[in-house]
Ligand binder design. Structure first.
Ligand code: SF4
Length: 92
């Protein structure tokens, strides 16, 4: 399909060195595309976790959050005017 977003690839490389920092429950940021209208505030609040696609909508840069990323993830969730972001458990 399409190529991986360059920042997502960089993020994956960094996470390969941070296995022990993974959140115990394996969480990720989930974007509800039905609610998101592309304000982009979330990307400003969590630039290491989210990026804008060519149409101005956010994409996740990581499939799993590490502990030190939870603060930025929660700031993005709280800043979203559409309540389109949430934390979701992932399968390990
Ligand atoms: S802040 Fe919310 S509505 Fe705006 S781009 Fe991010 S997820 Fe979408």
């Amino acid at each position: 399909m399409s190529e991986d977003h360059p920042r997502r690839a960089n993020k994956r490389e960094r996470q390969a060195h941070n296995h022990d920092e993974n959140v115990g429950e394996a969480l990720c940021l989930e974007i509800n595309p039905l609610l998101c209208n592309g304000h982009g505030i979330c990307v400003l609040m969590a630039p290491d976790l989210l990026a804008l696609d060519p149409w101005g909508f956010p994409v996740q840069l990581s499939e799993r959050l590490v502990i030190r990323e939870l603060g930025a993830a929660n700031r993005a969730i709280k800043a979203c005017p559409q309540a389109a972001l949430s934390l979701k458990k992932t399968t390990p």
